[in-house]
Design a binder for this molecule. Structure first.
Ligand code: MCU
Length: 405
Protein backbone atom coordinates (compact mmCIF):
# COMPACT_ATOMS: atom_id res chain seq x y z
CA UNK A 1 0.00 0.00 0.00
CA UNK A 2 2.94 2.35 0.41
CA UNK A 3 4.74 1.58 -2.80
CA UNK A 4 2.89 4.12 -4.94
CA UNK A 5 2.78 6.81 -2.29
CA UNK A 6 6.49 7.08 -1.56
CA UNK A 7 9.00 6.99 -4.36
CA UNK A 8 12.01 8.87 -3.09
CA UNK A 9 13.42 9.86 0.27
CA UNK A 10 10.29 10.16 2.30
CA UNK A 11 8.95 9.05 5.63
CA UNK A 12 5.99 6.75 5.76
CA UNK A 13 3.89 6.46 8.87
CA UNK A 14 2.08 3.21 9.51
CA UNK A 15 -1.73 2.96 9.36
CA UNK A 16 -3.58 3.99 12.49
CA UNK A 17 -5.31 1.18 14.34
CA UNK A 18 -9.09 1.78 14.25
CA UNK A 19 -11.39 1.03 17.17
CA UNK A 20 -11.76 -2.74 17.31
CA UNK A 21 -14.42 -2.87 20.03
CA UNK A 22 -16.86 -4.73 17.76
CA UNK A 23 -14.21 -6.95 16.16
CA UNK A 24 -15.13 -10.62 15.90
CA UNK A 25 -13.55 -13.35 13.82
CA UNK A 26 -13.94 -17.11 14.23
CA UNK A 27 -10.89 -17.66 11.98
CA UNK A 28 -7.24 -16.80 12.55
CA UNK A 29 -6.81 -13.13 11.58
CA UNK A 30 -5.19 -12.61 8.16
CA UNK A 31 -1.52 -11.70 8.66
CA UNK A 32 -1.59 -9.73 5.41
CA UNK A 33 -4.51 -7.38 6.17
CA UNK A 34 -4.10 -4.41 8.50
CA UNK A 35 -6.69 -3.81 11.21
CA UNK A 36 -8.08 -0.97 9.04
CA UNK A 37 -8.66 -3.38 6.14
CA UNK A 38 -5.73 -2.29 3.95
CA UNK A 39 -3.61 -5.04 2.41
CA UNK A 40 0.01 -5.79 3.21
CA UNK A 41 1.76 -5.64 -0.16
CA UNK A 42 5.37 -4.58 0.42
CA UNK A 43 8.04 -5.58 2.93
CA UNK A 44 7.71 -2.05 4.40
CA UNK A 45 4.01 -2.77 4.88
CA UNK A 46 4.98 -5.90 6.78
CA UNK A 47 7.20 -3.84 9.13
CA UNK A 48 4.13 -1.72 9.84
CA UNK A 49 1.85 -4.74 10.24
CA UNK A 50 4.36 -6.35 12.60
CA UNK A 51 4.40 -3.17 14.72
CA UNK A 52 0.59 -3.16 14.68
CA UNK A 53 0.54 -6.78 15.86
CA UNK A 54 2.99 -5.84 18.63
CA UNK A 55 0.74 -3.00 19.79
CA UNK A 56 -2.36 -5.21 19.72
CA UNK A 57 -0.68 -8.07 21.58
CA UNK A 58 0.53 -5.63 24.24
CA UNK A 59 -2.92 -4.05 24.60
CA UNK A 60 -5.02 -7.20 24.55
CA UNK A 61 -2.82 -9.97 25.95
CA UNK A 62 0.56 -9.24 27.42
CA UNK A 63 0.67 -5.73 28.83
CA UNK A 64 2.77 -2.80 27.76
CA UNK A 65 6.52 -3.03 27.09
CA UNK A 66 8.22 -0.01 28.72
CA UNK A 67 10.40 2.19 26.54
CA UNK A 68 14.19 2.35 26.77
CA UNK A 69 15.15 2.73 30.45
CA UNK A 70 17.10 5.75 31.70
CA UNK A 71 20.15 3.60 32.29
CA UNK A 72 21.34 0.02 32.04
CA UNK A 73 24.74 -0.81 33.49
CA UNK A 74 26.42 -4.17 33.77
CA UNK A 75 29.45 -5.78 35.36
CA UNK A 76 30.90 -9.22 34.87
CA UNK A 77 32.64 -11.34 37.46
CA UNK A 78 33.37 -15.07 37.40
CA UNK A 79 30.38 -16.37 35.47
CA UNK A 80 27.86 -13.78 36.67
CA UNK A 81 26.61 -10.84 34.63
CA UNK A 82 25.10 -8.35 37.07
CA UNK A 83 22.68 -5.97 35.37
CA UNK A 84 21.37 -2.80 37.01
CA UNK A 85 18.46 -0.95 35.43
CA UNK A 86 17.37 2.52 36.51
CA UNK A 87 14.15 4.11 35.36
CA UNK A 88 11.80 6.70 36.82
CA UNK A 89 14.10 7.18 39.80
CA UNK A 90 14.06 3.50 40.83
CA UNK A 91 16.65 0.77 40.32
CA UNK A 92 16.70 -3.02 40.24
CA UNK A 93 19.52 -5.51 39.71
CA UNK A 94 19.42 -9.06 38.44
CA UNK A 95 22.22 -11.44 37.63
CA UNK A 96 22.12 -14.14 34.94
CA UNK A 97 24.94 -16.69 35.02
CA UNK A 98 26.82 -17.86 31.95
CA UNK A 99 27.96 -21.41 31.21
CA UNK A 100 30.74 -21.34 28.62
CA UNK A 101 31.25 -24.05 26.00
CA UNK A 102 34.36 -26.22 26.11
CA UNK A 103 34.93 -25.68 22.38
CA UNK A 104 34.87 -22.64 20.10
CA UNK A 105 36.42 -19.22 20.49
CA UNK A 106 35.31 -16.05 22.25
CA UNK A 107 33.23 -14.02 21.75
CA UNK A 108 30.81 -16.94 21.84
CA UNK A 109 27.33 -17.26 20.42
CA UNK A 110 24.79 -17.89 23.18
CA UNK A 111 21.32 -19.08 24.01
CA UNK A 112 19.44 -17.29 26.76
CA UNK A 113 17.57 -19.97 28.71
CA UNK A 114 14.29 -18.74 30.19
CA UNK A 115 14.53 -20.52 33.52
CA UNK A 116 17.43 -22.47 31.95
CA UNK A 117 17.24 -24.61 28.82
CA UNK A 118 15.63 -28.02 28.26
CA UNK A 119 17.44 -28.70 24.99
CA UNK A 120 20.96 -30.17 25.02
CA UNK A 121 23.52 -27.34 25.18
CA UNK A 122 24.95 -27.12 21.65
CA UNK A 123 28.72 -27.39 21.18
CA UNK A 124 30.44 -24.03 20.88
CA UNK A 125 27.46 -22.11 22.31
CA UNK A 126 27.32 -20.43 25.73
CA UNK A 127 24.17 -20.73 27.84
CA UNK A 128 22.92 -17.67 29.69
CA UNK A 129 20.76 -18.85 32.57
CA UNK A 130 18.05 -16.30 33.18
CA UNK A 131 16.05 -16.65 36.39
CA UNK A 132 12.82 -15.28 34.95
CA UNK A 133 10.85 -15.74 38.18
CA UNK A 134 13.11 -13.14 39.77
CA UNK A 135 11.64 -10.52 37.42
CA UNK A 136 8.08 -11.82 37.19
CA UNK A 137 6.88 -14.53 39.55
CA UNK A 138 4.73 -17.33 38.05
CA UNK A 139 3.72 -19.51 40.97
CA UNK A 140 -0.02 -19.25 40.44
CA UNK A 141 -2.78 -16.65 40.15
CA UNK A 142 -1.64 -15.01 43.38
CA UNK A 143 1.75 -14.10 41.82
CA UNK A 144 0.27 -11.08 40.02
CA UNK A 145 2.64 -8.12 40.04
CA UNK A 146 5.41 -9.84 41.99
CA UNK A 147 9.05 -9.65 40.95
CA UNK A 148 11.65 -7.00 40.22
CA UNK A 149 10.04 -5.75 36.99
CA UNK A 150 7.01 -4.73 39.05
CA UNK A 151 9.20 -3.00 41.62
CA UNK A 152 10.48 -0.79 38.81
CA UNK A 153 7.22 -0.32 36.92
CA UNK A 154 3.66 0.01 38.08
CA UNK A 155 2.13 -2.30 35.48
CA UNK A 156 -0.79 -4.62 34.74
CA UNK A 157 1.44 -6.67 32.47
CA UNK A 158 1.79 -10.40 32.77
CA UNK A 159 4.92 -12.22 33.84
CA UNK A 160 5.91 -13.05 30.25
CA UNK A 161 6.14 -9.37 29.32
CA UNK A 162 8.39 -8.86 32.36
CA UNK A 163 10.64 -11.72 31.21
CA UNK A 164 10.82 -10.35 27.64
CA UNK A 165 11.81 -6.98 29.10
CA UNK A 166 14.51 -8.82 31.07
CA UNK A 167 15.82 -10.47 27.90
CA UNK A 168 16.02 -7.01 26.30
CA UNK A 169 18.12 -5.80 29.23
CA UNK A 170 20.37 -8.88 28.99
CA UNK A 171 21.01 -7.91 25.36
CA UNK A 172 21.81 -4.34 26.44
CA UNK A 173 24.23 -5.72 29.02
CA UNK A 174 25.96 -8.12 26.60
CA UNK A 175 26.46 -5.28 24.12
CA UNK A 176 28.23 -3.12 26.66
CA UNK A 177 30.20 -5.81 28.48
CA UNK A 178 32.90 -7.34 26.25
CA UNK A 179 34.37 -9.03 29.34
CA UNK A 180 31.39 -11.42 29.28
CA UNK A 181 32.75 -12.78 25.95
CA UNK A 182 29.32 -13.12 24.27
CA UNK A 183 28.76 -12.03 20.67
CA UNK A 184 25.58 -9.88 20.78
CA UNK A 185 24.92 -10.59 17.09
CA UNK A 186 24.57 -14.33 17.68
CA UNK A 187 22.16 -14.76 20.57
CA UNK A 188 19.15 -17.08 20.66
CA UNK A 189 16.49 -17.75 23.28
CA UNK A 190 14.86 -20.98 24.44
CA UNK A 191 12.76 -22.42 27.24
CA UNK A 192 10.29 -25.24 27.77
CA UNK A 193 6.60 -25.37 28.62
CA UNK A 194 5.60 -22.22 30.53
CA UNK A 195 9.12 -20.92 29.89
CA UNK A 196 8.69 -21.89 26.23
CA UNK A 197 5.74 -19.50 26.08
CA UNK A 198 8.13 -16.93 27.53
CA UNK A 199 10.87 -17.77 25.01
CA UNK A 200 8.45 -17.08 22.16
CA UNK A 201 7.34 -13.74 23.63
CA UNK A 202 10.97 -12.74 24.23
CA UNK A 203 11.97 -13.64 20.66
CA UNK A 204 8.99 -11.71 19.34
CA UNK A 205 9.73 -8.56 21.34
CA UNK A 206 13.53 -8.44 21.11
CA UNK A 207 14.74 -7.91 17.53
CA UNK A 208 18.39 -8.53 18.50
CA UNK A 209 17.55 -12.22 19.13
CA UNK A 210 18.51 -14.12 15.98
CA UNK A 211 17.09 -17.57 16.85
CA UNK A 212 13.97 -18.32 18.90
CA UNK A 213 13.37 -21.89 20.08
CA UNK A 214 10.16 -22.40 22.06
CA UNK A 215 9.84 -25.98 23.28
CA UNK A 216 6.49 -27.64 24.10
CA UNK A 217 5.02 -24.22 24.83
CA UNK A 218 1.38 -25.26 24.36
CA UNK A 219 -1.50 -22.91 24.99
CA UNK A 220 -0.36 -19.32 25.47
CA UNK A 221 2.74 -20.18 23.41
CA UNK A 222 2.59 -21.48 19.85
CA UNK A 223 -1.09 -22.61 20.11
CA UNK A 224 -3.91 -20.69 18.49
CA UNK A 225 -6.45 -19.60 21.12
CA UNK A 226 -9.26 -20.18 18.66
CA UNK A 227 -8.24 -23.72 17.73
CA UNK A 228 -7.66 -24.63 21.40
CA UNK A 229 -11.23 -23.58 22.21
CA UNK A 230 -12.57 -25.75 19.42
CA UNK A 231 -10.53 -28.77 20.55
CA UNK A 232 -12.01 -28.44 24.05
CA UNK A 233 -15.51 -27.97 22.64
CA UNK A 234 -15.09 -31.23 20.73
CA UNK A 235 -14.44 -33.05 23.98
CA UNK A 236 -10.66 -33.22 24.31
CA UNK A 237 -9.23 -31.80 27.53
CA UNK A 238 -6.83 -29.09 26.44
CA UNK A 239 -5.70 -25.79 27.88
CA UNK A 240 -7.61 -22.72 26.72
CA UNK A 241 -7.52 -18.98 27.37
CA UNK A 242 -10.34 -19.24 29.87
CA UNK A 243 -8.37 -21.79 31.91
CA UNK A 244 -5.02 -20.06 31.59
CA UNK A 245 -6.10 -16.75 33.15
CA UNK A 246 -7.13 -18.55 36.34
CA UNK A 247 -4.08 -20.79 36.50
CA UNK A 248 -1.29 -18.25 36.40
CA UNK A 249 -0.23 -14.68 35.65
CA UNK A 250 1.51 -15.21 32.33
CA UNK A 251 -0.82 -12.67 30.68
CA UNK A 252 -1.72 -9.11 31.58
CA UNK A 253 -5.05 -8.28 33.18
CA UNK A 254 -6.33 -6.85 29.87
CA UNK A 255 -6.51 -10.40 28.52
CA UNK A 256 -9.19 -11.42 31.02
CA UNK A 257 -12.03 -9.76 29.10
CA UNK A 258 -11.21 -11.76 25.95
CA UNK A 259 -10.55 -15.02 27.77
CA UNK A 260 -13.82 -14.70 29.71
CA UNK A 261 -16.08 -13.65 26.83
CA UNK A 262 -14.68 -14.91 23.53
CA UNK A 263 -11.24 -15.23 22.00
CA UNK A 264 -12.96 -14.50 18.66
CA UNK A 265 -12.90 -10.84 19.74
CA UNK A 266 -9.11 -10.81 19.67
CA UNK A 267 -7.75 -9.08 16.55
CA UNK A 268 -4.67 -11.29 16.92
CA UNK A 269 -3.83 -14.93 17.63
CA UNK A 270 -0.55 -16.70 18.18
CA UNK A 271 0.35 -17.29 14.54
CA UNK A 272 0.82 -13.51 14.60
CA UNK A 273 2.87 -13.61 17.80
CA UNK A 274 5.17 -16.02 15.94
CA UNK A 275 5.06 -13.73 12.90
CA UNK A 276 6.65 -10.93 14.91
CA UNK A 277 9.83 -13.02 14.87
CA UNK A 278 9.95 -12.99 11.02
CA UNK A 279 12.19 -12.90 9.10
CA UNK A 280 14.50 -13.83 11.99
CA UNK A 281 14.83 -17.55 12.70
CA UNK A 282 12.20 -19.50 14.63
CA UNK A 283 12.40 -23.22 15.33
CA UNK A 284 9.42 -24.63 17.22
CA UNK A 285 9.89 -27.90 19.11
CA UNK A 286 6.63 -29.67 19.98
CA UNK A 287 5.35 -32.94 21.43
CA UNK A 288 2.13 -34.46 20.06
CA UNK A 289 1.76 -36.75 23.09
CA UNK A 290 -0.14 -34.46 25.44
CA UNK A 291 -3.71 -33.28 24.72
CA UNK A 292 -3.20 -30.52 27.30
CA UNK A 293 -0.51 -28.97 25.06
CA UNK A 294 -2.97 -28.75 22.15
CA UNK A 295 -0.57 -29.94 19.43
CA UNK A 296 -3.15 -29.40 16.66
CA UNK A 297 -3.76 -25.84 17.89
CA UNK A 298 -0.01 -25.34 17.55
CA UNK A 299 0.13 -27.01 14.13
CA UNK A 300 -2.60 -24.78 12.68
CA UNK A 301 -0.83 -21.69 14.00
CA UNK A 302 2.54 -22.92 12.71
CA UNK A 303 1.28 -23.57 9.18
CA UNK A 304 -0.42 -20.16 9.21
CA UNK A 305 2.62 -18.35 10.59
CA UNK A 306 4.99 -19.88 8.07
CA UNK A 307 3.17 -18.06 5.23
CA UNK A 308 4.73 -14.87 6.66
CA UNK A 309 8.30 -16.13 6.28
CA UNK A 310 7.42 -17.45 2.82
CA UNK A 311 6.03 -14.06 1.75
CA UNK A 312 9.20 -12.41 3.08
CA UNK A 313 11.32 -14.77 0.98
CA UNK A 314 12.75 -16.62 3.99
CA UNK A 315 10.66 -19.79 4.41
CA UNK A 316 13.51 -21.91 5.74
CA UNK A 317 14.17 -19.48 8.61
CA UNK A 318 10.97 -20.82 10.17
CA UNK A 319 10.74 -24.51 11.00
CA UNK A 320 8.83 -26.81 13.28
CA UNK A 321 9.15 -30.34 14.55
CA UNK A 322 6.29 -32.00 16.38
CA UNK A 323 7.78 -35.23 17.74
CA UNK A 324 5.91 -38.33 18.88
CA UNK A 325 4.93 -38.72 22.52
CA UNK A 326 7.77 -38.37 25.02
CA UNK A 327 8.08 -37.10 28.56
CA UNK A 328 7.23 -33.39 28.67
CA UNK A 329 10.37 -31.24 28.22
CA UNK A 330 12.70 -34.20 27.78
CA UNK A 331 14.33 -33.54 24.43
CA UNK A 332 14.02 -36.61 22.15
CA UNK A 333 17.11 -37.63 20.18
CA UNK A 334 14.95 -37.71 17.03
CA UNK A 335 14.97 -33.90 17.04
CA UNK A 336 18.72 -33.50 17.50
CA UNK A 337 19.68 -33.21 13.81
CA UNK A 338 16.92 -30.65 13.27
CA UNK A 339 17.99 -28.57 16.25
CA UNK A 340 21.61 -28.73 15.08
CA UNK A 341 20.57 -27.45 11.64
CA UNK A 342 19.04 -24.31 13.16
CA UNK A 343 21.78 -23.70 15.73
CA UNK A 344 24.59 -24.35 13.24
CA UNK A 345 23.11 -21.98 10.67
CA UNK A 346 21.91 -19.10 12.83
CA UNK A 347 24.37 -19.15 15.73
CA UNK A 348 27.46 -20.74 14.19
CA UNK A 349 27.23 -19.35 10.65
CA UNK A 350 27.26 -22.69 8.86
CA UNK A 351 25.32 -23.65 5.77
CA UNK A 352 22.65 -26.20 6.73
CA UNK A 353 19.23 -27.30 5.53
CA UNK A 354 16.62 -25.79 7.86
CA UNK A 355 13.67 -26.56 5.65
CA UNK A 356 12.03 -28.52 8.48
CA UNK A 357 8.25 -28.80 8.71
CA UNK A 358 7.49 -32.06 10.42
CA UNK A 359 4.71 -33.47 12.57
CA UNK A 360 4.08 -36.86 14.12
CA UNK A 361 0.42 -35.86 14.31
CA UNK A 362 -2.04 -36.82 11.59
CA UNK A 363 -3.29 -33.31 10.93
CA UNK A 364 -5.09 -31.90 7.91
CA UNK A 365 -4.35 -28.22 7.64
CA UNK A 366 -3.45 -26.43 4.41
CA UNK A 367 -3.43 -22.71 3.62
CA UNK A 368 -5.88 -21.34 2.70
CA UNK A 369 -7.96 -23.34 5.16
CA UNK A 370 -11.74 -23.02 4.82
CA UNK A 371 -12.35 -23.08 8.57
CA UNK A 372 -9.30 -21.58 10.22
CA UNK A 373 -7.36 -19.56 7.69
CA UNK A 374 -9.63 -18.58 4.79
CA UNK A 375 -7.15 -16.06 3.44
CA UNK A 376 -4.69 -16.39 0.60
CA UNK A 377 -1.19 -15.21 1.46
CA UNK A 378 0.75 -13.30 -1.19
CA UNK A 379 3.37 -15.52 -2.83
CA UNK A 380 5.85 -12.77 -2.01
CA UNK A 381 5.83 -9.22 -0.71
CA UNK A 382 7.25 -6.48 -2.92
CA UNK A 383 10.70 -5.53 -1.61
CA UNK A 384 10.85 -1.95 -0.33
CA UNK A 385 14.10 -0.08 -0.43
CA UNK A 386 14.95 1.75 2.74
CA UNK A 387 14.80 0.97 6.37
CA UNK A 388 12.11 0.76 8.98
CA UNK A 389 12.56 2.07 12.48
CA UNK A 390 10.28 1.12 15.33
CA UNK A 391 10.11 3.38 18.35
CA UNK A 392 8.28 2.70 21.57
CA UNK A 393 6.59 5.73 23.13
CA UNK A 394 6.52 6.50 26.83
CA UNK A 395 3.05 4.91 26.95
CA UNK A 396 4.53 1.80 25.38
CA UNK A 397 2.79 2.09 22.01
CA UNK A 398 5.13 1.25 19.18
CA UNK A 399 5.34 3.27 16.00
CA UNK A 400 7.18 2.15 12.92
CA UNK A 401 8.40 4.68 10.43
CA UNK A 402 9.68 3.49 7.13
CA UNK A 403 12.11 5.68 5.33
CA UNK A 404 11.98 4.74 1.73
CA UNK A 405 14.64 5.70 -0.79
C1 MCU B 1 2.80 -26.14 28.79
O1 MCU B 1 3.04 -25.22 29.83
C2 MCU B 1 2.42 -25.33 31.09
C3 MCU B 1 0.92 -25.37 30.98
O2 MCU B 1 0.47 -24.19 30.34
C4 MCU B 1 0.31 -25.47 32.36
O3 MCU B 1 -1.10 -25.59 32.28
C5 MCU B 1 0.84 -26.65 33.11
O4 MCU B 1 0.34 -26.61 34.39
O5 MCU B 1 2.25 -26.55 33.17
C6 MCU B 1 2.93 -26.54 31.92
C7 MCU B 1 4.37 -26.41 32.31
O6 MCU B 1 4.91 -25.32 32.41
O7 MCU B 1 4.98 -27.55 32.67
C8 MCU B 1 6.29 -27.48 33.16
Amino acid sequence: MHSQACNSHCLLACPTIPSLSSYSNTALPDPFTFANGAKVVTTADWACRSAEISTLLQQDELGVMPGTPQSVTASFSGTTLTITVTDGGKSISFAPTITYPSTGTAPFPAIIGIGGISIPAPAGVAIINFNNNDLGLQNDASSRGQGKFFQLYSSNAGAMLAWAWGVRRIMDAIEKTPAARIDPKRVGVSGCSRNGKGALVAGAFEPRIVLTIPQESGSGGTDSWRISDSILKNGTSTQTASEIIGENVWFGTSFNQFAQSSVNKLPVDHHLLMGMVAPRALFVIDNVGYDWLGPFASYGALVSARTIWTALGAPSAMGYSQAANHVHCSFPSSQQTQLNAFVNKYLLGQSTNTNITETAGNYQFAIPNSQWAPWTPPASLTPSNGTSTTTVSSTGASTTTVSST
